[in-house]
Design a protein around this ligand. Structure first.
Ligand SMILES: NC(=O)c1ccc[n+]([C@@H]2O[C@H](COP(=O)([O-])OP(=O)(O)OC[C@H]3O[C@@H](n4cnc5c(N)ncnc54)[C@H](OP(=O)(O)O)[C@@H]3O)[C@@H](O)[C@H]2O)c1
Length: 253
């Protein structure tokens, strides 16, 4: 567990206090990869009174594997015991390629196991995470649950094709968390669920594909994390269920 420092909170561009500067309780980032770790590094300055936790399969203080129901159950029990009230949850886990998994360029490359793995992490993983942490969320204070989606998950914006599994899994994640936002509007009216596209960012996930990114269009993880937190700070429960890019612009479903 990392205790956020109580260093002075930096002023927002408008010189108004940061919205989370007085928030107390716990914050959790799941998936401390490139962007997740940058979020963990940036959060103490914005939310100095939240106790910050990281969770992942290998890295992080807490263990959770989004593909493993038992791991999620054990994790959920620990979160309920030690992380309430949980005010801020960001799921930065995701998978695009790895052992036995490559983004498909054509139909002949699609296979059931690749689709299952992509959906397990990119689609229903964030929803099962929400289920695992739900009991630690306060009913009487604002709460954020954000998850990293991707613009390529937009069905309306799909002009290039390819990447069947990743695209479809992110589109499914969008639908699942939008549905959760509507449920929580009734059950947890102070909760705000947000789907975020970080922009193409230099991490292990994008590494094999960075050659095709125009110069100046590849963000560092630090820059991406700063953008995402800027966007999240502007979100309120009334706007719950939005799919937003790094610059705050809505992305078509
Ligand atoms: N980078 C980009 O250009 C870009 C663009 C659009 C969207 N995104 C999205 O942004 C998010 C963060 O990506 P990134 O670029 O930071 O990638 P990254 O550096 O590869 O980090 C991905 C993280 O996800 C974790 N993860 C994978 N499978 C998991 C599982 N079953 N259970 C728990 N954690 C798991 C990884 O943990 P391990 O270390 O254990 O594998 C790692 O911590 C992803 O959702 C990605 O789809 C990224």
């Amino acid at each position: 567990m990392r205790q956020a420092t109580s260093s002075p909170v930096s002023a927002s561009p408008a010189d108004s206090p940061r919205p989370w500067s007085q928030w107390r309780g716990h914050a959790l980032v799941v998936g401390p990869g490139g962007i997740g770790q940058a979020l963990l590094d940036a959060l103490p300055r914005r939310a100095p009174h939240l106790r910050l936790w990281s969770a992942g399969r290998g890295r992080g203080e807490l263990r959770v594997d989004l593909e493993d129901p038992e791991s999620l159950a054990t994790f959920g029990e620990r979160v309920a015991r030690e992380l309430a009230p949980l005010r801020l949850v960001i799921c930065a886990a995701g998978v695009l390629h790895g052992e036995g998994l490559q983004p498909e360029k054509r139909l002949s490359q699609v296979n059931a196991e690749g689709l299952r793995r992509s959906f397990a992490v990119n689609a229903w993983g964030p929803l099962l995470l929400a289920q695992a942490v739900e009991s630690a969320l306060p009913r009487d204070e604002p709460v954020h649950l954000a998850s990293l989606s991707a613009r390529v998950g937009s069905i309306g914006d799909n002009r290039l094709g390819g990447w069947y599994g990743y695209r479809a899994a992110k589109a499914a994640q969008n639908q699942l968390l939008r549905t959760l936002a509507l449920e929580w509007r009734r059950r947890l009216p102070l909760a705000c669920v947000t789907l975020l596209h970080p922009g193409t960012t230099a991490t292990a996930l994008s590494q094999p594909f960075q050659g095709s990114v125009p110069p100046g269009k590849l963000f560092t993880a630090e820059r991406a994390a700063g953008h995402l937190l800027d966007v999240l700070e502007t979100q309120t429960p009334e706007r719950s269920g939005a799919f937003l890019a790094w610059d705050g612009q809505p992305i078509p479903w």
